[in-house]
Design a protein around this ligand. Structure first.
Ligand code: ATP
Ligand code: MG
Length: 562
């Protein structure tokens, strides 16, 4: 750790410094990917505490995924030292859970209420039919709350109790929200209750990375901010520190047709004249595409390090790329299977996480139940206990009985154990924290950033992250943008798909590869596909064509609407 306070702002550029050192009051930071929004947020907290006498315990930083929250925590520890632990870092769900725990009685909940797992939700749904009130009652009778209620219940509590609002506004006087573009209505209303109209709320985001409108998120809250919070200061950051110039140029061109930011500017801070162009590989099939990924990863990691050894070079970029530097991003989970197979065949280690909720994975709920039942009698380190629970369940489910229909298979259980182990490691011995993370977290949260493996992610799960090498696979019309047969795709849907494409491109630091297959198996049949129209927005000069397959467009354009 550097000496607290000294040089904090030296590590920021002029505009970032303005944002980090601004006095209190509402502030909106609107800036593109890789411009240091998250970096500015952490430096602002550190600066306020070190230089302006703000108490760390008065600071609340909110993000969307557990993984992002951990990242904030780590960066704050590095900048602030031990006092960082007084800053509250939360996701909307964990914040709601904390408020409910502190006010369980007022919310009509017992002290030891739990979040319902899948089986419990399904059972209640079945019994309640369409009746949403009845559904809640059934959960409540078992001391359970639904995941969605972690925001709605605290919202209701605060809306009805002015004293409680005062109490929380007194506790958290400085609020920070990262990835603000993905805020939905209940989350926004909760923010409005936690922060007075002239309060110290710093919201940070990029409208062009809004990718959750299908879940109710609304970029309209950027506009609402200026209406609901008084004299809001607006800061823009325009220098991108993440990506090489060709990657950034491609991304900027890709988003241009539907950018929501008027006069969007994104200037490259990195101007390496040697930077490689964006690799573009037209594959004949999904298998061919997967083989391309495996071959290229092997060349970059294995090949280059051998070569650099041959030539006697010890360091440098060539030898520096490792498996954990590489991510493969795709639109739908189904695309992962051929890639996993090809990488496995090439002996390349892989970790795959989708954006599904953890508890939706077969086996996770069973393990959670087993841990809860075993309770305090179950001793030892958490990962060992998870493994033991898995062992027990795998044995139990190995011989199906009439009772176990619908139970996870032993393979499901083992794969759940594999996903949960890094998360359990990070929770130490805290079973409660572990169980609440299982209930509220997404699979990406369990991802281990240090694992020496290629990371496979959906585009949705990749937001906020960065990797030296990125493959964006399946850049095909119908898949990215994703389209359906029934013609339900609207202009808004297409714009959101384009933003998703933009998020994907901007995860890359040094090397970016886009690929598309001429034929792909989807919805039960193999179909002809064409390259994504999103690629057309990018200058051909920014691409380096890879491979020999000639590109062709399918004759019948209707066929592309899959
Ligand atoms: P996203 O929209 O994808 O979340 P972001 O705006 O939050 O991106 P950061 O993740 O904070 O961007 O920063 C991107 C990268 O650029 C990081 O590796 C960060 O350390 C680096 N960076 C940001 N600002 C600077 C700076 N002033 N000097 C050097 N590096 C910087
Ligand atoms: Mg960020």
């Amino acid at each position: 750790m550097e000496e607290v306070g000294t040089g904090l702002l030296d590590r920021l550029d002029a505009m970032q410094r303005v944002a980090a050192s601004a006095p209190g009051g509402p502030m909106l930071i609107v800036a593109g990917p890789g411009t240091g929004k998250t970096r500015t947020l952490t430096h602002r907290i550190a600066y306020l505490c070190a230089e302006l006498g703000v108490f760390a315990e008065h600071c609340l930083a909110i993000t969307f995924t557990r993984r992002a929250a951990e990242e904030l925590r780590t960066r704050l520890d590095g900048l602030m030292g031990p006092v960082a632990s007084d800053v509250t870092v939360a996701t909307f769900h964990s914040l709601g859970l904390a408020i409910l725990r502190e006010n369980a009685a007022a919310a009509g909940l017992p002290k030891d209420f739990r979040i319902a797992d899948d089986t419990e939700r399904e059972a209640a749904r079945k019994e309640a039919g369409d009746d949403d009130a009845a559904y809640q009652k059934l959960l409540r009778n078992q001391d359970l709350v639904d995941l969605d209620e972690l925001v709605t219940l605290p919202l209701r509590l605060l809306a009805e109790d002015a004293d409680l609002v005062d109490r929380y506004q007194g506790r958290w006087r400085w609020l920070f929200v990262d990835e603000y573009q993905d805020v939905d209505e209940t989350q926004y209303e909760l923010l409005r209750l936690l922060c007075p109209p002239d309060g110290n709320l710093c919201a940070i985001g990029d409208p062009d990375q809004a990718i959750y409108s299908f879940r109710g998120a609304d970029v309209g809250y950027f506009l609402r901010f200026a209406e609901d919070f008084i004299d809001a200061r607006l800061v823009r950051l325009t220098r991108n520190y993440r990506s090489s110039a060709p990657i950034l140029a491609a991304a900027v061109q890709a988003i241009a047709p539907s950018s929501l930011v008027r006069g969007r500017r994104l200037d490259p801070a990195r101007l390496d004249p040697e930077a490689p162009l964006v690799g573009r590989y037209p594959a004949s099939s999904a298998t061919d595409e997967a083989d391309f990924v495996a071959r290229t990863v092997d060349d970059l990691v294995g090949g280059l390090s051998h070569r650099s050894l041959d030539s006697g070079r010890i360091s440098g970029n060539a030898a520096g790329i490792s498996f954990s530097d590489v991510a493969v991003l795709y639109r739908t989970d189904q695309q992962a299977a051929p890639i996993v197979e090809a990488l496995a065949r090439a002996g390349i280690p892989v970790q795959k996480r989708s954006h599904n909720r953890l508890r939706d994975r077969a086996g996770v709920a069973a393990i959670a139940r087993e841990l809860r039942l075993a309770g305090p009698t179950n001793e030892g380190q958490l990962p060992a206990r998870v493994r033991r629970a898995g062992q027990l369940l795998a044995e139990r489910f190995a011989t199906p009985t009439l009772d176990s229909t619908g139970s996870p298979s032993p393979a499901d259980v083992w794969s759940a154990v594999e996903v949960l182990t890094p998360l359990a490691q990070r929770c130490g011995d805290d079973v409660e924290q572990f169980l609440s993370q299982l209930a509220t977290g997404a699979e990406v949260d369990a991802l281990d950033a240090r694992a020496e493996a290629v990371t496979l992610l959906t585009l949705h799960a990749a937001k906020g992250l960065e990797f030296p090498v990125v493959f964006l696979v399946g850049c095909e019309d119908g898949l990215l943008p994703l389209r359906f047969f029934d013609g339900r795709t609207t202009d808004d849907d297409l714009a959101e798909e384009r933003r998703l494409f933009f998020v994907g491109l901007t995860r890359a630091q040094d090397r970016l590869y886009v690929s598309h297959a001429q034929r792909r198996f989807r919805l039960g049949t193999e179909r002809d596909t064409g390259p994504s129209p999103f690629l057309d927005a990018i200058d051909a000069g920014l691409f380096e064509r890879l491979g020999a397959t000639e590109e062709r467009r399918p004759k019948d354009r209707q066929l592309r609407l899959i």
